[in-house]
Write a protein that binds this ligand. Structure first.
Ligand code: NI
Length: 191
């Protein structure tokens, strides 16, 4: 049985799901493991992909659309229709590379805000795919960053929590109409 999910990489006038924004409590909850990958989950995956493509995003985690499940869709190749998206169910990072690198991140839940975040450059990941099969993956560069960013969403962490440049963070949030009070700092040695 083939269960591959085909979704056209295009913008819809009315995306199926609403994205929740910084300040919304659903973004701060820990997501629950998915016990079985069934048709219901696959329908959710399709709706998440359509919503992500409509918003020009390269990643979307279920809590961002108000679904409290360990489910992520990622596509770092928006311009390449032949490359399928990555669908991660119950993902866990097994290993982090030692090298850290800093790059700019954004988030569909914090539109317009782009700031530098430091993360391990490489990771090894275990997850289930859209058919429920266990899989593993080694990633680096943009993909590794996108995976770590989306996995954070499953534990209620947002990229702004990891931003070290306090001044840039304050200014950027203010400029885009977000409040610093919704940031939960995660800097090393946090209380
Ligand atoms: Ni995000």
């Amino acid at each position: 049985m083939t269960t591959s999910i085909l979704v056209e990489k295009k913008k819809l006038a009315k995306p199926p799901l609403d994205i929740h924004y910084l300040g919304d409590r659903v973004l701060r909850q820990a997501a629950k493991r998915i016990a079985s990958v069934d048709e219901d989950i696959r329908r959710t995956i399709v709706a998440m992909l359509q919503t992500m493509y409509s918003a020009d995003g390269i990643g979307l985690a279920a809590p961002q659309v108000g679904i409290n499940k360990q489910l992520i869709v990622i596509d770092t190749e928006l311009e390449k229709p032949e490359i399928p998206p990555l669908i991660l169910i119950n993902p866990t990072i097994k290993k982090y590379g030692k090298t850290l690198c800093k790059d700019q991140e954004g988030c569909l839940s914090i539109p317009g805000v782009y700031l530098d975040v430091e993360r391990p450059e490489t990771i090894e990941l275990a997850y289930r795919d859209e058919s429920g099969r266990p899989r593993s993956l080694k990633a680096d560069g943009l993909l590794a960053r996108a995976i770590q960013h989306e996995l954070d969403h499953l534990t209620g962490v947002l990229f702004v929590d990891r931003v070290e440049n306090e001044l840039a963070l304050t200014e950027e949030l203010k400029k885009k109409g977000f409040s610093l009070q919704h940031v939960q700092h995660l800097t090393s040695g946090a209380k």
